[in-house]
Structure formats: structure tokens, C-alpha cells
Design a protein around this ligand. Structure first.
Ligand code: DAH
Length: 346
């Protein structure tokens, strides 16, 4: 029996040694020391032995069982260690790999255009000012010579917050604000870029929020030719040095006379195309000489002082410059649209 136990031990240890995974190891375990194992078979025959033999076989069987159990434990540990090492090896992070490219945004086309216009006017000595987007009816309309009930108010369906407060429909109220703030009534030149709001249904050519730049110059001996010269520079800077402008008579309550200004088509050089609709000219802004009522209402003596003013839509200029046909593109923050504007020469 002792020999049998010895040979079970040797066989078992050899089998354990050959095991490569946990499942085979468990099979080996039940084969040699499990309930129905050869080992237990021998044990069941113990009762047939003499007292002396029982002691001997008993101690041998303990020794064999312990050795097999120890060996099983050691092997199990080594199988687990190996599996863990393999996993660590496979899951290893290669910190030398190049990282994913981060998509860097670009300046928004409306910002590019606004800054170009600001640069031009700053170079001519203008101040850049701002005004509130929530504006009073008084500054937005009344003091701009648009009293309540004036038909021109219909054209500017507005977002009223109270009877007297609204989201500004244009940047022109800044004219009133800056003239009133000018306590000493000194000559000045300024532009005011900013957001404006009208109750339009949003589509490819309309947006309830858009942006304008207002221009205002007040001083002595300011004439229409100053306005023309200024806007000609503006057109050349924004649309190319070969551009010309023309003035068409128009009507704004806060200027007299009032004009709409067209720029000669930069796409077809006035041969006629889809942008200028075959006319050779593209409308870009409204302007005029500040109305005496506005000057007087803001404390400027209209006999001594004159002024010119203009208002230009930033989206309009950007769309013409960059061929943007859908207004919504400016407001949806789509990376595919915006990345078109990351070039230096924009
Ligand atoms: N405020 C006008 C508008 O939103 C644009 C405008 C026209 C502004 C003539 C002016 C101006 O300063 O003189 O349609």
C-alpha cells in the first residue's frame, strides 16, 4: 500500500507539473485526492489492515495528501501569476504612441469680419464703443426721430420686454447714447459693433439674432463727401482695392439725406453674375447725414455741428466675402463650417 501511495504521489506530482491551466489542474485534483480518487480508494481499504500497518499507512497517506495539496496550491498560484502577467503584458499602455489629434477651432467668420472693420476704423482714429442689447424704446426709436406710431417702426418688428424696454433692433441707439454721454459736446468719431434682434422666422436668409456695426461722426464742417470718402475706403478694404461705390437715395428717419450704398461686384467685375443679380452692384449698407432732430435731441447745436452715420450688417459682409449662403451656418457651431476659416489669409 505504501508503494501504491508513493506511486500515486509521483504520478500526481508529475501530472500537476504538466498542467497549463486552472481547469486541468482541477481535474488532476479530483483524480488524485477528490472523493472518487485513487487515493480515497486506498483509504477505504485501511480497515483491512492491522493496527501497526494502519499507523504506517496513515502517516504515509497524510504525507502524500499534504504533498499533493501543497503542490496543487503552488501550481495554482503559478498559473494565476502567469495569467496576470500575460494580461498586464497585453494591456500595456504604450505611452510613446502619438496622441489623438485635437481639433482646434478657428476664429468665427463674424469675428474675423468685425475685427477687420474695427482695424480699419481704429486706423482712422475712431473709438470702438459698445451699448446694451436690452435697450429703451426711447433710445432705440424715439430719439432717433421715430416717434410712437411712426410707420418706419413697422419694418422693425421687435422683441419687447416691457412697454418701454426691448432687445435692440439695430445698433443705432448707440448714436443717442454717445451723443448724450458727450457732456462737453465735443466732436467725435466712433463705431459700435454688436448684436441686434428682430422678430424674424429663422431661415437661410433670416435670423432673429444678427450683428451690425454702427458708425457715427459728429463735428464741425462734416459733409457728405466725408461720408463718401470713408465708405469708399471701407468698401476697398473689405472687398478689394478695385471696388467702387455708389449712393442710392433712400429713407431712414434718423438721417437726412439718407442713402443705401452699393459696391461694385467683386465677383464678376460688373459683367453681371448671380451675386449682383446681373446688375454689377451689391447693396452693402445704409447711411446718411445725422438728422437735425437727432442732433438737437442729444444736445448738439445742428447749426454748428453736423454728422454722418452708417449701419452695416456683419453677416451680410461676411456672406458676400466668403460666399456663405445659409445664415444658420453662423450660429450652429458646426466644426466643418468653422474650419474653413482657420487660414491666415482670411
Ligand atoms: N439702423 C439701420 C438698420 O438697422 C441701418 C442704418 C441706416 C444705420 C442708416 C445708420 C444709418 O446709422 O445712417 O436698418
Amino acid at each position: 500500500m505504501i508503494e501504491k501511495l508513493e506511486s500515486i504521489k509521483n504520478e500526481a506530482l508529475e501530472s500537476i507539473n504538466e498542467c497549463m491551466d486552472e481547469a486541468t489542474l482541477n481535474n488532476v485534483k479530483s483524480k488524485y485526492i477528490g472523493k472518487k480518487s485513487v487515493f480515497n480508494e486506498i483509504m477505504s481499504e485501511m480497515s483491512k489492515l492491522s493496527q501497526e500497518e494502519k499507523r504506517e499507512v496513515g502517516s504515509k497517506s497524510n504525507e502524500v495528501r499534504n504533498e499533493i495539496t501543497n503542490m496543487l496550491e503552488l501550481k495554482l498560484k503559478s498559473i494565476k501569476d502567469e495569467a496576470l502577467n500575460k494580461k498586464l503584458e497585453n494591456d500595456k499602455i504604450d505611452i510613446t504612441l502619438p496622441s489623438k489629434k485635437r481639433r482646434i477651432g478657428s476664429r468665427h467668420p463674424l469675428t474675423i469680419v468685425r475685427e477687420q472693420i474695427e482695424d480699419l476704423f481704429i486706423s482712422m482714429g475712431y473709438d470702438v464703443v459698445s451699448g446694451p442689447e436690452v435697450e429703451s424704446d426711447l433710445y432705440c426709436f424715439e430719439m432717433l426721430n421715430l416717434p410712437k406710431g411712426h410707420p418706419a417702426r413697422d419694418a422693425q418688428d421687435s422683441f419687447y420686454i416691457t412697454d418701454e424696454m426691448l432687445l435692440r433692433t439695430h445698433t443705432s441707439p448707440v448714436q443717442v447714447r454717445s451723443m448724450l454721454a458727450n457732456a462737453e459736446k465735443k466732436p467725435f468719431k466712433l463705431i459700435c459693433p454688436g448684436k441686434t434682434y428682430r422678430r424674424d422666422d429663422d431661415d437661410a436668409t433670416h435670423s432673429h439674432q444678427f450683428s451690425q456695426i454702427e458708425g457715427l461722426v459728429v463735428g464741425e464742417n462734416i459733409s457728405l463727401s466725408d461720408l463718401k470718402g470713408t465708405l469708399e475706403l471701407f468698401a476697398k478694404k473689405m472687398f478689394g482695392s478695385g471696388r467702387e461705390i455708389r449712393f442710392r437715395s433712400s429713407y431712414f428717419p434718423f438721417t437726412e439725406p439718407s442713402y443705401e450704398v452699393d459696391v461694385s461686384c467683386f465677383k464678376c467685375d460688373q459683367k453681371g453674375c448671380n451675386i449682383c443679380k446681373g446688375t454689377g452692384w451689391i447693396e452693402i449698407l445704409g447711411c446718411g447725414m445725422v438728422h437735425p432732430n437727432v442732433l438737437e435731441g442729444c444736445g448738439f447745436d445742428h447749426k454748428k455741428y453736423q454728422g454722418f452715420a452708417f449701419g452695416v450688417g456683419i453677416e451680410r459682409v461676411a456672406s458676400l466675402k466668403y460666399g456663405v449662403t445659409n445664415m444658420r451656418d453662423y450660429f450652429t457651431n458646426d466644426y466643418r463650417f468653422l474650419k474653413n476659416f482657420d487660414r491666415k489669409e482670411m
